[in-house]
Each structure stands twice: as structure tokens, then as C-alpha cells.
Design a binder for this molecule. Structure first.
Ligand SMILES: Nc1ncnc2c1ncn2[C@@H]1O[C@H](COP(=O)(O)OP(=O)(O)O)[C@@H](O)[C@H]1O
Ligand SMILES: [Mg+2]
Length: 455
């Protein structure tokens, strides 16, 4: 079916379906036409697609000359979970929405869903698109209303799924300094490199230049500001490569780095001037210019909530938040990022681009004592319980999954992701190299972090 015909048909179906249509009716009338409008032919979709003993409502993938999806049922590209109109998906903070989103994420996460890159949640009145990158599932659109908007919604989703970016953009952020942001970036970059991933690290902490400094690479002067303030920012010419040759490895290990700008370090261009020169969207646009060259882009940001950190968060798909076990402020600041800074940025991005993001990953504890003494452990838990309680009251948000991702309703589990305090990690700073490249125990710890969150 040509897409104009599918669109017109979809608009008709949208109007004709009763307001209380249940899942069966929506399935029978809407799903196929919606997938047609998104560019999939009838031979490119399978209803009730089986994943072991589960079934997702629809799977879809484009055919190739010798592989008809409907026949081979192999390598699905997109899943669609369909609800009835009687399930309210208009409010993303309510139980029916969360339940449906959890179900879709479960299918996407399944070990037999490796080839799947997108998930759509819809009840024919609203639709939301999720992207899968490795282990990460993140929303890329708000929950879009189809009311008077069918064409726009189809166009928006279609644009995304027809040009999937290779990269995942991550900012490591806590507005507390010294929690290990820069250390995390360096070692994640190194660990990803050893896992054969292409990585770009971005030093967006212009005042400190710690990332470049840690690798003994000098900042560039004026070039970053110039690039970001141009009409179509493209960082390609400014990217350097960090190379490390381990005596026992055949080839050098390499990742790329976009250095900080010394004109910002020196204060030649102050923050007000920078704000005037560089649009809020500029950094994301610049990184999108190289999004097909890297599996991961990691941004180092300053420990505050001012212009550079705001732009770094704005540019990201996901935010990784380190905190310190013994540092109450780092825990409180993590909560502030989750309840204020990230939602504010989501609102701004939605307004400016119509997209949704970024989202935060569960907090991890960096620099943890290997065996925290019991009295301090219970103090830390009390403090976290207090933070969770306060944010429930003040912001109507439950931060439990961010502090204790393994906790489920009714089952207490205080496990958190931890990077221990390690002499190797601190020592590597002085040697100007990521600990992961030089010390096996550091490698193992960061690969564990990668596996927990990303791989
Ligand atoms: N897991 C760790 N074990 C030992 N030292 C660490 C660890 N994480 C960070 N550090 C040290 O703590 C200091 C602050 O870390 P850094 O990454 O610069 O923090 P931030 O970027 O958040 O300001 C550095 O000297 C670093 O070497
Ligand atoms: Mg730093």
C-alpha cells in the first residue's frame, strides 16, 4: 500500500473507532494500517510474535530480496505493544501507562530480541516510541496524541526508525565535584574500547579541562566555540585520537576525544557570551553529525548547573549519575538532578524539538569502601530513605528505582551498583592513562559496570 493511501486510511480508522474500543477492536482495525503507514508492508509484519513463551502484539522488519519477514520470522526490527482505547496512555505518570511500558520494555530486553531496535506503545489514540541500544531502552518521543495529528505522529516515528543512529550519547553528571565523573568517563571509554566499541569522549568541562589533562592532551583554542556557533556544527576536524600501547597487546588501543576549548578556560569568552553565541541545540546537533561513527559518545560535564552542564545534559540520550557513599551532598544532588534538572531539560527539549529525552540511569556509588562499617551503612540508608520520602512528598516522584534498581514492590533489596575505592584508579591519574588500560582489576570492575548498564 502506498503511504498516502495508508495515511488516509489511518485517519479514517482513527475517527471511526469508538472511544471505548477494547484491545481486540483496536488490534483488528488499527495495528496493521498503522504499521503500513510507518512503511511496513503486510509481508513485513507478524501479529502475536512469539518470544519463547511470550507474545508481543506485533513485530516488524523490512524484507530483503531473499528474506521475507513473514516467512523467516527472523531478526525483528521493531516491536509494537497495543492496548485498547479503554487503557489511558495520555498520562505517563499513571499506573496503566507504567504497566504497559514495563511490558513493552520486558519484550525489548528479552534475550531473543537482540535485533530489535525500536518499540512502540499505542492504544490508537496515543503512541510513544522507545529506542533500544545494547541494554539501554530510552524513550525518544513524548507520548504523542494522534488527535488531529495522525500525519505528524507517523512522520515523527517514521523519521526515527528509518535512520537509526549508531551511537548512544551519555553524560556523566552530578553537580557535586570530586565524585568521579571524569574518572568514570575515562575508564568507561577504555573499557568500551577493549570491548571493541568505537568511542568518542567529549571534554565539556571547559574550566577544568580535566579529561584532556588526564590523558596529557592540550585543549584547542577558540575552535570549539567557533564550531558550536556555526550554522551546521560538525566537530570532525577537531577530534583527536588517544592511543595507548600495552606492551603485551599487538595493536594500540584507541578512542577519540573532543577536547575542551582554552578560550573558555582562560575566560576570554565568558558564559554570557557563550550563551549568546551557541544555541541550546548546538552540542546535540554537532554530535549527531558524527552519530554513525561511534557506538558511544561520553560527555564530561562540570559540577554545577550552569551553561556547560545544561548543554551537556540537553545533548544526551541518557544520564549516568555517580555519587559517593560517604558524601551526603552527592546523594542529595543526585536527587536534585533527577527531580529538577533532568525534567527541566526534558521540557525544554520537547518544546524545541518535539523529541523526548534525556532519561537518567540508576545512580551508582563510586569510590566505595570495600566493606562499609555497619553503623555508617545504616546512616546512609536512612539518609537515602529520607531523600526518597521527601521527593515523594514534594515532587510526587518515587526515586527508589534510581537508588535501589533491584528493589521490587514488597521485596526489600538495597543492592546498588558500586565502583570500589581502588588505589589503581587514583594512581592512573598520575600516570596520565585510564586505569582500565593499565590494571586488570580496574578493567574487571568497569566491564562489570558496562554489563550492568549497557552491554
Ligand atoms: N573508584 C575510585 N578509586 C580511587 N580513586 C578514585 C575513584 N574514583 C575517583 N577517584 C579519584 O577521586 C578524585 C576525583 O575524581 P574525578 O573523576 O576528578 O571527580 P569529578 O570529575 O567528579 O570532579 C580523583 O583524584 C580520582 O583519581
Ligand atoms: Mg571532573
Amino acid at each position: 500500500m502506498d503511504s498516502e493511501k495508508a495515511l488516509r486510511q489511518l485517519e479514517r480508522v482513527y475517527q471511526d473507532l469508538p472511544i471505548d474500543a477494547d484491545e481486540l477492536i483496536v488490534e483488528a482495525n488499527f495495528s496493521r494500517i498503522f504499521l503500513n503507514a510507518l512503511g511496513f508492508s503486510d509481508l513485513e509484519m507478524i501479529p502475536g510474535f512469539g518470544i519463547q513463551n511470550l507474545a508481543v502484539d506485533h513485530a516488524a522488519r523490512k524484507n530483503t530480496d531473499d528474506d521475507i519477514f513473514l516467512k523467516t520470522q527472523s531478526n525483528p526490527y521493531l516491536y509494537m505493544e497495543v492496548k485498547g482505547r479503554n487503557v489511558n496512555l495520555s498520562n505517563e505518570n499513571c499506573a496503566p501507562f507504567n504497566h504497559a511500558a514495563k511490558q513493552l520494555k520486558g519484550y525489548l530486553r528479552h534475550s531473543q530480541s537482540k535485533s530489535v531496535q525500536w518499540g512502540i506503545l499505542t492504544n490508537s489514540r496515543h503512541a510513544k516510541l522507545y529506542r533500544k541500544h545494547g541494554k539501554i531502552i530510552h524513550p525518544v518521543t513524548p507520548c504523542l496524541s494522534l488527535e488531529g495529528n495522525v500525519r505528524h505522529v507517523v512522520k515523527k516515528i517514521r523519521e526515527k526508525i528509518e535512520s537509526p543512529p549508531k551511537t548512544l550519547i551519555i553524560t556523566v553528571y552530578n553537580n557535586k565535584g570530586g565524585v568521579g565523573k571524569t574518572t568514570t568517563i575515562l575508564n568507561l571509554a577504555a573499557a568500551l574500547t577493549l570491548c571493541k566499541k568505537r568511542v568518542l569522549v567529549v571534554d565539556f568541562d571547559h574550566n577544568q579541562n580535566d579529561l584532556g589533562d588526564a590523558l596529557n592532551i592540550n585543549p584547542v583554542n577558540g575552535k570549539i566555540v567557533e564550531m558550536l556557533s556555526s550554522k551546521d556544527p560538525d566537530p570532525r576536524d577537531l577530534i583527536s585520537t588517544y592511543s595507548f600501547k600495552h606492551p603485551r597487546a599487538k595493536e594500540a588501543w584507541e578512542f577519540d576525544i573532543l577536547l575542551s576549548d582554552s578560550s573558555l578556560i582562560a575566560g576570554d569568552i565568558d558564559e554570557a557570551k557563550f550563551k549568546q553565541l551557541v544555541k541550546p541545540t548546538a552540542l546535540r546537533k554537532a554530535l549527531e553529525a558524527v552519530q554513525d561513527e561511534y557506538d558511544y559518545i561520553l560527555i564530561d560535564s562540570p559540577p554545577n548547573w550552569r551553561i556547560f552542564s545544561q548543554k551537556a545534559i540537553y545533548a544526551s540520550d541518557v544520564i549516568l549519575i555517580p555519587a559517593n557513599f560517604y558524601d551526603l551532598h552527592s546523594l542529595q544532588n543526585a536527587a536534585t538532578a533527577l527531580t529538577k534538572f533532568i525534567p527541566e531539560t526534558q521540557d525544554l527539549r520537547r518544546l524545541q524539538t518535539g523529541d523526548f529525552g534525556p532519561v537518567a540511569l540508576p545512580i551508582f556509588m563510586n569510590n566505595s569502601p570495600t566493606k562499609p562499617a555497619n553503623p555508617i551503612l545504616s546512616l546512609v540508608r536512612e539518609a537515602i530513605a529520607q531523600i526518597i520520602d521527601n521527593t515523594k512528598k514534594e515532587f510526587k516522584r518515587d526515586l527508589t528505582p534510581y537508588f535501589y534498581p533491584k528493589m521490587t514492590p514488597g521485596v526489600i533489596n538495597h543492592e546498588m551498583m558500586q565502583i570500589p575505592r581502588m588505589a589503581h584508579i587514583a594512581k592512573a591519574d598520575f600516570l596520565h592513562r585510564p586505569a582500565v588500560f593499565a590494571f586488570k582489576p580496574a578493567y574487571e570492575i568497569y566491564v562489570n559496570l558496562l554489563q550492568e548498564y549497557f552491554l
